[in-house]
Design a protein around this ligand. Structure first.
Ligand code: ADP
Length: 171
């Protein structure tokens, strides 16, 4: 399994699954969530409504992950995960690590080979990019045998500054 780090837009990545930094409602929001819903179209929102009604009527809790088809995106699947909202007092880094663990586990369960992640929690939810990179790195290294079915885990960062932070932790 290769770890790659690129600066760019996660919505245009040529991978099998992309991870969305969603909120508990699963019904869209700002930041990367908004960009993913805009690029994927109304079909993604419809899948999210169904997922919520079927499995998460109270909303998806922080640290959990669940997937839907990806609508008009190049990817086949969107794996939705909810970061801990540091600005709202959710300061446990284990919950951030759980976002990466559960999302990777969902990618393995889906049988995909290439999965792309944004910097979950590093936007509106207020985490330092280095805390996010450290949480991801910990899960990838501590449980590396679980992720062997994957060929590539790609981190797609929206700025060169954040990409540099991820490179420093991962490579
Ligand atoms: P959270 O609420 O989990 O903090 P945000 O969407 O606010 O999520 O931000 C998470 C990260 O995603 C931030 O670093 C932000 O700059 C980045 N981001 C925003 N849009 C995109 C995009 N299209 N592709 C990749 N990353 C993005």
């Amino acid at each position: 399994m290769r770890i790659t780090i690129v600066e760019g837009d996660i919505t245009i990545q040529d991978v099998d699954a992309i991870v969305n930094a969603a909120n508990s409602s699963l019904l869209g929001g700002g930041g990367v969530d908004g960009a993913i819903h805009r690029a994927a179209g109304e079909e993604l929102l419809e899948h999210c409504r169904e997922l919520r009604a079927r499995d998460w009527p109270e909303g998806l809790p922080p640290g959990r992950a669940a997937s839907t088809p990806a609508g008009r995106l190049p990817a086949d699947h969107v794996i939705h995960t909810v970061g801990p909202n540091r600005r709202a007092g959710q300061t446990d880094p284990d919950v951030l690590a759980s976002c990466f663990r559960e999302s990777l586990a969902e990618a393995v369960r889906l049988g995909v080979r290439r999965v792309a992640f944004p910097a979950i929690g590093a936007g509106v939810y207020g985490w330092d990019a280095d805390d996010v990179a450290a949480a991801a790195h910990q899960v990838l290294t501590d449980e590396s045998s679980r992720w062997e079915p994957l060929d590539e885990v790609r981190f797609v960062l929206f700025s060169e500054a954040v990409a540099a932070v991820f490179r420093r932790r991962m490579l």
